[in-house]
Design a protein around this ligand. Structure first.
Ligand SMILES: Nc1ncnc2c1ncn2[C@@H]1O[C@H](COP(=O)(O)OP(=O)(O)OP(=O)(O)O)[C@@H](O)[C@H]1O
Length: 743
């Protein structure tokens, strides 16, 4: 964004800008598109027809125009577009720009790679330009993106198209250290391109952060930003924005939820879904393949794919950071013959950006999470998108495959589906996604599991990575909402673990298996875990791999079936082969609720019931005693007396033992103290205090002992009324002790 060179130049420029703005405003207002219409339906303007103000003081029609130069755009924008070779408009640009220039709210949907970015960047620049927005006006537009990489990419497009304008713009994304610098400058910026979290951080923390005059709000990948993941942030952001603003929402998979849109308080928005009538919802130049790949063969298949596509630029999607890390590190160590890269949300921001740029430039394989699924436009076209793990829904599938076949280029994608995920096909079909079945060429399959096993043995950290990858994959399946497709219970967990090279199946803590009693083919092992409360859960299941057949056509691991039906595998064809091996259940304690409370029933040899304790009495004294009540009473009385006597003797012995112990301690202390007195001649309060404390302490100790004795007396020992014991008693006890020792 260039600066004018002199005062005079600036003055001239102001005058001509003012004239241009007046002309643009008149032109836009002269023949605006009808509200609710799609300008695409209007006839195109002839190529060489005059544009702008016409001789009769009218203006040319811009709704229905197909080239940027036929549009009421500022010279600065037009120059930049021309310099960047943007001449003809894409469908979404033709449909939305006329409405957007009129200041209307827009809900735009168009296929991936169809040029939605320009459809909102241009109106932002034009609005601020026509409002004569300057540095002192602060924030004029906020563009929100769900990911940092996409925000960075939008920023690059803004720099290209807005290069002749004088606006200041800022990229506010998480993971950057210079937040303090941002805080100092953010109020001077005219256009903010940001992720929701960072924007909210500024709204919360930056003193005097002011967007009360903001004119245009843009949500790129609007359905993603409006979904539950960003709900809190977005609500907080919206609450701080002025209600009077223009709002532009764009995505390849647009939200139609009234609730979502209500949160944005749109004013009579224009719904522009340019490819709604299209036969497919994905780019026409995109060739899409689906293969049924059992879980335990996924890595073999991926490895084989990479080895047979060494000249391609490939983007591989996996469902978690841990999987990305493991597969990337492991395959890197196996040197496939093509540079490998990885991208995920846990990486440092600088590294993320560097990887993104490198992948834009060079032929390589990029392993990524869904962080690269939306919006990214890799400069030199991606040849292949490989979805190793099934996306969470059709929208996610569309965005992932949309990283290839962008604008006018072609591209290919392949999705590995587990036999248990076959229902995804129905959903793709219903969403107008044309996929072909493909049969992998078994003879070209290069197994990698044994290589991984030796790798894990050599590098212990890799074993940990493999375990984490294993667990996070299962968790990703477990937490999926669409239970028609994702069922962790159907996965061959042991085989999958082995396929990662792991010697043993790791423990899975998050699963609390609920086993359908009818489903007898599952093999479940549930045991208490040694470390904590969670369980070990292990499922063995083997699935028919009918989709794998040996066939030879191309020198490629993938063999495209001509018809979609040829390789089709129906859910009903999928059989489980291994029956249940063992089921360990926690033993349940059975309680007989019919048993009478408070009674204990004892039976004699003939099966007659006996009263309580009768059985004990019977074994000790014979049946006559049990039958004579007097003898029985006498027996119990004697037993009571014996017990009391024994109890008293025990107490006396214990008391004597404690007393002797205390006397010994006292003697020992006195001897020690006398020595100290001799050595240090310490006199005075300190020693006295110590002795005193000792006395007090011993007294307390003794008293507490007595208390206990007294309590005992009260509860049953009538013969002893205090804790004190006479000398005779002590002597008698000592004698008794000696006798018991000798006997
Ligand atoms: N009018 C145009 N003429 C030529 N190329 C264009 C035009 N508009 C956009 N492009 C190019 O098309 C490619 C895709 O554009 P863009 O990234 O805006 O697509 P998108 O619709 O936003 O895709 P996604 O849905 O994946 O975010 C970019 O490389 C862009 O430079």
């Amino acid at each position: 964004m260039r600066r004018p060179k002199s005062k005079e130049f600036r003055k001239q420029q102001r005058v001509s800008e003012e004239e241009e703005i007046n002309l643009l405003n008149s032109w836009i207002q002269f023949q605006p598109p009808d509200s609710g219409s799609n300008p695409m339906s209007l006839p195109r303007l002839p190529k060489n027809s005059p544009v702008g103000r016409l001789e009769d003081n009218t203006y040319s029609r811009y709704a229905g125009a197909s080239r940027f130069d036929q549009f009421p755009l500022s010279k600065k924008t037009k120059d930049a577009l021309r310099e960047s070779k943007f001449v003809a408009m894409t469908d979404i640009q033709r449909a939305s720009l006329p409405h957007a220039l009129c200041g209307r709210d827009i809900l735009g949907a168009a296929k991936t790679g169809s040029g939605k970015t320009l459809a909102f960047i241009i109106p932002v620049l034009e609005k601020l330009y026509r409002e004569r927005w300057g540095p002192e006006d602060g924030v004029g537009s906020i563009i929100i993106s769900p990911t940092r990489e996409l925000a960075g990419q939008l920023f690059d497009v803004l720099k290209v198209v807005g290069k002749h304008h004088n606006f200041s713009a800022g990229l506010l994304i998480g993971g950057r250290k210079d937040v303090d610098m941002e805080k100092e400058r953010v109020n001077e910026l005219n256009i903010l391109i940001c992720t929701p979290g960072r924007l909210l951080q500024h709204m919360d923390e930056t003193p005097n952060f002011d967007c009360s005059q903001m004119q245009v709000l843009v949500l790129d990948e609007a359905d993603r930003i409006l979904d539950s993941g960003f709900k809190k942030e977005l609500n907080a952001i919206i609450s701080q924005l002025p209600k009077r603003r223009q709002t532009l929402l764009f995505s390849a998979t647009q939200t139609k939820s009234i609730q979502d849109l209500a949160r944005l308080s749109l004013k009579d928005p224009e719904y522009l879904s340019v490819h709604e009538e299209s036969v497919t919802s994905t780019p026409t130049l995109l060739k899409q393949i689906v293969m049924i790949v059992p879980l335990e063969q996924k890595l073999d298949m991926l490895w084989s794919f990479i080895k047979t596509h060494l000249q391609s630029k490939t983007l591989v999607f996996l469902s978690s950071c841990k999987q990305v890390k493991f597969v990337f590190e492991a395959f890197k160590k196996l040197h496939p013959g093509i540079p490998l890269k990885c991208l995920h949300g846990r990486m440092k921001q600088e590294r993320r950006m560097a990887i993104y740029s490198e992948f834009c430039e060079k032929r390589s394989v990029l392993f990524s999470t869904d962080v690269a699924a939306r919006g990214l436009d890799f400069n030199k076209a991606v040849d292949w998108v490989v979805q190793v793990d099934c996306p969470e829904n059709v929208a996610s599938y569309i965005h992932r495959v949309g990283r290839t076949a962008r604008y006018k280029s072609d591209g290919k994608s392949v999705l590995f589906l587990l036999p248990s995920e076959i229902q995804m096909l129905e959903k793709l079909k219903a969403a107008k996604v044309p996929v072909h079945f493909n049969k992998p060429r078994q003879e070209l399959l290069q197994p990698v599991s044994s290589l991984l096993a030796s790798l894990l043995a050599k590098y212990p950290d890799m074993q940990h990575r493999a375990q984490r990858a294993f667990i996070t994959y299962l968790r990703s399946i477990h937490i999926q909402k669409d239970k028609d497709i994702f069922d962790v219970m159907k996965l061959p967990i042991n085989e999958y673990s082995a396929s990662l090279g792991l010697p043993m199946t790791p423990k899975i803590r998050f699963l609390n298996p609920k086993i359908n009693s009818k489903d007898v083919s599952k093999s479940i092992l549930v045991e208490p875990e040694d470390s904590d409360k969670e369980t070990i859960f292990e499922v063995s299941r083997k699935l028919d791999t009918a989709a794998f057949k040996d066939e030879e056509t191309e020198n490629d691991i993938l063999q495209l079936a001509d018809t979609a039906n040829e390789g089709e595998v129906k859910s009903s064809e999928i059989e489980e082969i291994i029956p249940a091996t063992r089921v360990l259940k926690k033993k349940k304690l059975k309680i007989n609720v019919h048993r009478p409370l408070g009674t204990r029933v004892v039976f004699d040899d003939e099966g007659h019931t006996l009263p309580p304790l009768a059985r004990i009495a019977d074994t000790q004294s014979g049946k006559e005693m049990l039958l004579d009540p007097e003898k029985k009473a006498e027996y119990y009385r004697r037993m009571r007396d014996d017990l009391k006597k024994a109890d008293n003797e025990d107490k006396l012995i214990e008391r004597q033992r404690l007393r002797e112990k205390r006397i010994k301690q006292k003697m020992k202390w006195k001897a020690g103290n006398a020595e100290e007195d001799d050595q240090d001649d310490i006199s005075g309060s300190e020693v006295d205090e110590t002795v005193d404390r000792w006395h007090k302490k011993s007294k307390v100790y003794f008293d507490s002992d007595s208390d206990e004795g007294e309590r005992n007396d009260v509860t049953g020992n009538a013969g002893i009324t205090t804790g004190a014991v006479t000398l005779e008693e002590q002597e008698a006890l000592a004698l008794k002790l000696l006798n018991s020792m000798h006997s």
